[in-house]
Structures are given as structure tokens and as C-alpha cells.
Design a protein around this ligand. Sequence first.
Ligand code: ADP
Ligand code: MG
Length: 287
Amino acid sequence: SVPLSFFGGIGAASKAGILIKGSNYIEALANAETVVFDKTGTLTKGTFEVTKIAPLQISKDKLLEYAAYAECYSSHPIALSLKKSYGNPIDTNMVSDIEEISGHGIKAVVNGVVVHVGNSKLMNQIQVEIPAHSSTGTTVHISADYQYAGYITISDQVKSDSKSAITSIKALGVKTTVMLTGDQKAVGEMVASELGIDKVRTELLPVDKVNEVEKLLEETSQTGKLIFVGDGINDAPVLTRSDIGIAMGGLGSDAAIEAADIVIMTDEPSKVATVIAISRKTLRIVK
Ligand code: ADP
Ligand code: MG
């Protein structure tokens, strides 16, 4: 049976905007040893700003138009920022055969042109060569009919409470903090070092994230627990695989909220420390 004060713990969490889906997670949270974060939308705002538009042989407007049209139905943070930057209404009748390729980008036929929008993995996959370029931030490459059309650089911002989230989690005695991301190496490593995160793995596909979590589970002690925290875009498998899966409610997808054991309604990563602290306190009352 469940000790009565566990409900007190769930109630205290709920007042802080944290939904704990079962009393069994209280004990697991109190024994958190490894906390793994997804980057985009979890530690960063996930609202990218376009900082550079670099077309090849077409206009900047045309390049952005290709990107926004191809992304017309996507809710990926990158898609949303491209559409916002484009700013104009999109005639979806012009777009067909959309295929979102998880961890890579998107393919669509825009007004009869086969458009690809995504990272270097996507361009490699379709054998489009990327010319030498320089950019700081996340680079989104665009091709039209399998010819390189240019790139758009976007950059995200770290959430204001991410740094204190990591500091508080460490102060609670959590041994290892980790960040996993599908984003580029330079971007991921910069965010991790800014936040003081112990380990970082970049350029991961959703399946690679599951493999990384499995490795980290092996490195976690018998009594220690592994928490994964994600915003939900493509995160459902890894949320399920972890000892405790925490979804950020705000940007999070329905699938992630479903797959998660705990939901943080407010999008603040510092609430991870809050819920660990509440669990510890609850257990002290029980014992
Ligand atoms: P993260 O791990 O940072 O949350 P994702 O797994 O969602 O990132 O995506 C990994 C990478 O795949 C992105 O950084 C981007 O390069 C590319 N990508 C994924 N979806 C899209 C899309 N709809 N449009 C453009 N690029 C995308
Ligand atoms: Mg993500």
C-alpha cells in the first residue's frame, strides 16, 4: 500500500505546476543519480531567430519561401521559426508529398520543385554537396530539385532558469548531468559548457538518444535512478526507456505527455530540482 504522505508529496508538486502520475515515482525521484536533458525546447527556448540567409543563385526571399513552404505543416521548432521569419501567408495548395525525416529535416514538393530542408545529414542522404560556408548557430540547408540552394542560420536562446536548474540539481547530490541533442556539435557543446553540464552528446538521431540512455543506465548504480527530461518533439521513446521520464508541458507534444511519468506544466527546467526536493522531503516524513 502507498503511505498516505505520498499524496502530500503529489499535492505539493501539483501546487508547483508539476504533475506526478504515480506515487511510485516519489521514491525513484529521491534516488536520482543521473539527469539527462534534451536541448531544444527543454534547456533552450526552442524559438529560433533567423540570423542569416545565404542563398546560392536565387534571392533570399525565394530561399526563405522554399523553406517556409516545405515546412508548412511541421510543428518542429525550426519549422516554426522559418515560417515566422517568412511572415507571409502560405498557400498550402502549392505543397504536396511532404515527408518529415526525423532528426534530418523535411522533403516536400513546392510548386513542382522537390525541396529538401534540413541538416548536413539530410543533404548527405540525398547526395547534395554542401559548398564551403561559415555560420555560427544552427545551419538549415535547402536544396531545390537536388541542387544546393543555400542555407539559413538560426539561433536559439538558453532559458533564463536553465543555469540555476543545473546548479540546484547538483546541489541536491545528483552525480551526473547530461545533455543529448540532434543539433550540431559546436552549438551543443557551447550550451553545455555555458550551463556547466557534465556530459554532452550531439548530432544524435532519436534512436541514438535511446542508445545513449541505455549506456547511461548501465553506468548508473543499482540503487540510483536515471531521469530524462524532454520537450517531447521526437522524445517519446527515450521518455519511456528512462527510469523516470519528465516532459515539459508547454511546447510538449501530446505523445510525450502521454509517455511521460511526470509533466512540468510551466516549461521551467528548475522544476526538476523542485520535484526531487519534494520527493526527498516526502520520504523523510514517511520514514
Ligand atoms: P533536438 O535533439 O535538438 O531536440 P531534433 O531531434 O528534433 O533536435 O532534430 C535534430 C536536427 O534535425 C535539428 O537540429 C535539425 O538540424 C534537423 N531537423 C529536424 N526536423 C527538422 C525540420 N522540420 N526542419 C529542419 N530541420 C530539421
Ligand atoms: Mg527535441
